[in-house]
Write a protein that binds this ligand. Structure first.
Ligand SMILES: Cc1cc2nc3c(=O)[nH]c(=O)nc-3n(C[C@H](O)[C@H](O)[C@H](O)COP(=O)(O)OP(=O)(O)OC[C@H]3O[C@@H](n4cnc5c(N)ncnc54)[C@H](O)[C@@H]3O)c2cc1C
Length: 310
């Protein structure tokens, strides 16, 4: 049987899940530490949750990772008032607020997508040690390198290895988890009209429980007097999230006892929904440029790819 030259680009959580269900693929990554963006930010300020779903449960069970089923209550605070349910106009305002920079007039944002990350008043999650998950999924062997070019018609790619040497490899199949805004400019033979628009985000950790917090819940805000649009308990404190780059000085006017502030240049994306190619599959929220993708969707697609190849 001919040995297949199948590769996974990247080593974030999507790539690790892809590798778990497609063990014959070889991971290529420039990461110093396996784990992608989760590992790039030491204090895990990106409030990463694993949703409670049969697929996520099955994966954690198979890996023997201990988890706790938890229901996070969600409150919507609309100009100082907690709403029990949202009508369409209010929903759109919450979304516009999240999709525009904190000091920008969000009335001038044209946004019709009514998909808030959740449509209910709670989020069911599996609380577990994400570092342990990454450790257990870490491949024994992988190629350290950074993809520089992909020729999808002639099926080869070029990567730069650790010694800055360019290496060419032919491929049969690729699972790409590199964010789409970085991947598509490297694609030699592809025309598209994609627009990978994004806004930065600021995450602020405080040791202080705010007076508005009745319990350990997630709060969304629509209030032009506040720089942040979401707050939730995380990593032993409370994480406030704002869209755009917000200065610590500004944040400290609204949030007491700040212990860390982190900026990400890609925080909020405008969905594009990247289509798969015949020999290249796109996996993960950023590779597919679709913020509705969750870990269960990544597992589902990774399994589907492995079934197709059988
Ligand atoms: C505020 C915030 C909250 C979030 N909350 C959740 C959540 O609750 N649940 C959830 O499922 N998701 C959440 N996400 C999305 C989350 O970021 C992803 O689900 C997950 O971390 C992305 O993993 P990934 O493997 O798809 O991408 P990444 O972790 O970004 O991995 C991409 C990989 O590609 C590699 N790469 C880049 N360029 C190259 C190159 N040239 N060659 C080779 N490799 C390359 C990188 O080094 C990296 O290893 C959140 C994101 C944000 C910003």
């Amino acid at each position: 049987m001919k040995i297949k030259n199948n590769y996974i680009f990247g080593s974030g959580i999507s790539a690790l899940i892809a590798k778990y269900y497609n063990p014959s693929y070889v991971v290529i990554t420039p990461d110093e530490e396996i784990g992608g963006q989760i590992k790039k930010h030491k204090n895990l300020l990106m409030t990463f949750h694993i949703h409670n779903h049969p697929l996520t449960k099955a994966l954690l069970d198979e890996l023997k990772i201990v988890y706790k089923e938890k229901r996070l209550r969600i409150y919507y605070v609309y100009n100082d008032k907690i709403l029990e349910s949202l009508d369409n106009k209010q929903r759109l305002n919450f979304i516009k607020n999240k999709m525009s920079e904190w000091n920008y007039d969000n009335n001038s944002v044209d946004f019709k997508d009514l998909n808030l990350s959740t449509t209910s008043n709670y989020l069911d999650i599996l609380e577990c040690d994400i570092n342990e998950l990454i450790k257990k999924l870490q491949p024994k062997e992988y190629i350290k390198g950074s993809i520089k070019l992909v020729n999808n018609n002639r099926k080869f790619f070029v990567y730069q290895d650790e010694n800055k040497k360019l290496v060419t490899k032919n491929y049969d199949k690729i699972i790409n988890t590199i964010p789409a805004n970085l991947f598509f400019p490297m694609l030699y033979n592809y025309k598209n009209n994609y627009h990978f628009n994004y806004l930065p985000a600021t995450f602020c950790l405080s040791s202080n429980k705010s007076s508005f917090m009745e319990d350990e819940s997630m709060y969304y805000f629509y209030d032009s007097n506040l720089p942040y649009n979401r707050c939730q308990p995380y990593a032993g404190g409370y994480v406030y999230e704002a869209t755009g780059i917000v200065d610590e000085k500004v944040l400290s006017k609204y949030i007491e006892n700040i212990t860390a502030v982190e900026n990400r240049y890609v925080g909020v994306i405008r969905n594009e929904n990247v289509d798969d190619f015949k020999h290249i599959k796109f996996l993960g929220r950023l590779a597919q440029w679709d913020s509705s993708i969750k870990i269960q969707n990544v597992i589902e697609k990774a399994k589907l790819i492995s079934n197709i190849e059988r």
